[in-house]
Design a binder for this molecule. Structure first.
Ligand code: F0G
Length: 498
């Protein structure tokens, strides 16, 4: 078997509630909520956008939010809260130790994942830190479907090595494989035999695999990995940060689960893992994170790190208000009408771009739409960061802020060599329940214009390159003077329009 289990249903067969067929026969996403609090946005003129991106060193992370029209940088910590979440926040029990709020969150996690213990942490990477310091020793390997930036940094900083086990098809830009986040099972067996279970810190499966375009794995694949890990005595860790999208895709693409409730699928996934960690900035529409475990000894091993790095065991760096919001947010994650919203809007975003000839990752995944910068800017050398250049150019063209997910997001090897990323992507995240369909359509239109004028866009070079997680706060400059040419063309084509 090589990562194909569970394939059978085309993404077009999605039957979510938040999509309706119009009288004309066309199908459109439909919001299953109404907006009751709004935030005013500004769309700066293109000349002002040039000033802003220049001041930001052509790195969209360094833009001021006030200069951004649609913030599609991430879905992390910026999902819209519901009325129920806001109401619960008012009832939070403020206590350092033994807060009733913590108990409510703990009970909810026990209900969703069926595991006894919860160790709170201030966000996902804090959970990654605890798991890494507890398990990773120099020379150990950590196999996974695909890496995530912060987890990889923790592992390598401790002398461990990340090994990725998705087949090449997982990083193919266009595909009809509904489960591109699946691992190659033959490779798993080979890897365990080659290194020996004692040299494997843990096996990590990332739901809604972020860096390959928010792509899911199937329940069948997770079960098979779990079976192999248990047979060999390797701990299986599930990164559940993007679990909501993966749950939706399993229900809609894996025939065995078509009639299951989202809660049943979540429970079946949790049964496969020894440890589950998550960023509640993504899962649960709040801000926080933590680790869920069932095993008494594991709990005792990991518990010690929480008061040291995060805070006491009943808050772990989270505010009680956020913990209340996450408790309700987890309930909403089990409501298919609520979690459909993201993937259905993303599918619309992706399909509309594809229809206009813009190269995008297919099938549409979770988290956001992902533009293939390698093809969009095929005249820009990978060492001149086409994904970063495209992120800057999209901001110039539209005021939309996306995120570079390509070579800039890689880390240099200890000898200074720069690995080239498997994929050069511009991620346009859709925070859950935040944007309307007309805002998505506006983004499609401006990216379409940019695609028609893509030859104007050139590459970027570092002017300041930090050693650690350089993409977050490094500064760059355009190679040549393409930014001015792009602004001039925008004015020529759009006249006085924003
Ligand atoms: N795991 C996954 C799959 C993630 O996507 C993230 C964060 C983390 C762990 C770390 O969680 O941010 O709460 O510390 N992803 C954010 C993003 C940064 O924009 O995709 P965190």
């Amino acid at each position: 078997m090589s990562g194909h289990e569970g394939r059978c249903v085309e993404p077009e067969d999605l039957r979510p509630m938040s999509k309706v067929t119009y009288f004309s026969g066309e199908t459109f996403p439909l919001e299953m909520h109404k907006v009751r609090i709004i935030q005013k946005l500004t769309l700066l003129p293109v000349e002002e956008r040039l000033r802003a991106i220049d001041e930001a060193g052509y790195n969209t992370f360094l833009l001021q939010n006030a200069d951004v029209f649609l913030d599609m940088l991430t879905d992390s910590g910026v999902n819209a809260m519901s009325d129920r979440q806001q109401a619960a926040m008012l009832q939070a029990d403020d206590a350092y130790a033994g807060s009733a709020t913590f108990t409510r969150l703990h009970d909810k996690l026990r209900e969703v994942f069926g595991k006894k213990y919860f160790l709170p942490a201030h966000q996902g990477r804090a959970a990654e830190h605890i798991l890494s310091v507890a398990f990773v020793k120099p020379g150990m390997v950590v196999p996974m479907n695909y890496h995530f930036t912060t987890m990889k940094q923790h592992i390598t900083a401790l002398g461990g090595q990340v090994v990725e086990l998705i087949p090449p098809e997982g990083v193919a830009v266009t595909s009809d494989n509904p489960f591109k986040g699946n691992v190659d099972l033959a490779h798993v067996e080979r890897l365990i035999a080659e290194h020996g279970p004692e040299n494997i810190a843990f096996f990590r499966m990332e739901a809604g695999t972020n860096l390959i375009g928010g792509q899911p794995f199937s329940l069948a694949n997770l079960r098979a990995v779990s079976h192999l890990c248990r047979k060999e005595g390797v701990r299986l860790v599930l990164d559940a940060s993007l679990l909501a999208d993966n749950l939706h895709f399993i229900k809609n693409r894996e025939p065995e689960c078509a009639d299951w409730s989202i809660a049943q699928i979540a429970a079946a996934m949790a049964d496969c893992a020894d440890i589950i960690y998550f960023s509640a900035r993504k899962l649960g529409f709040g801000r926080g994170g933590g680790i869920v475990i069932d095993d008494d000894a594991l709990y005792r091993d990991l518990r010690a790190w929480v008061p040291m790095y995060e805070g006491f065991l009943t808050y772990g760096g989270m505010s009680v208000r956020e913990m209340e919001a996450i408790t309700i947010g987890l309930d909403e994650t089990l409501d298919e009408d609520m979690i459909n919203q993201g993937p259905v809007f993303i599918a619309h975003f992706v399909n509309e771009m594809e229809r206009r000839g813009i190269p995008v990752i297919t099938p549409p995944g979770g988290l956001g739409a992902h533009v293939d910068a390698a093809r969009f800017l095929d005249h820009v050398d990978q060492r001149q960061y086409p994904s970063g250049a495209l992120a800057a150019a999209v901001y110039l063209a539209s005021g939309v802020r996306g995120m570079e997910r390509g070579t800039m997001s890689e880390q240099r090897e200890p000898d200074g060599t720069e690995p080239l990323s498997h994929m050069e992507l511009l991620r346009l995240a859709l925070p859950r329940r935040v944007f309307t369909l007309s805002q998505v359509n506006y983004a499609v239109d401006r990216i379409h214009w940019l695609h028609a004028n893509r030859r104007i866009v050139g590459g970027l070079r570092w002017t300041e390159e930090p050693e650690i997680l350089r993409f977050f706060y490094g500064r760059l400059a355009p190679i040549g003077d393409w930014q001015h040419a792009l602004v001039a063309k925008f004015r020529e084509d759009f006249g006085p329009s924003l």
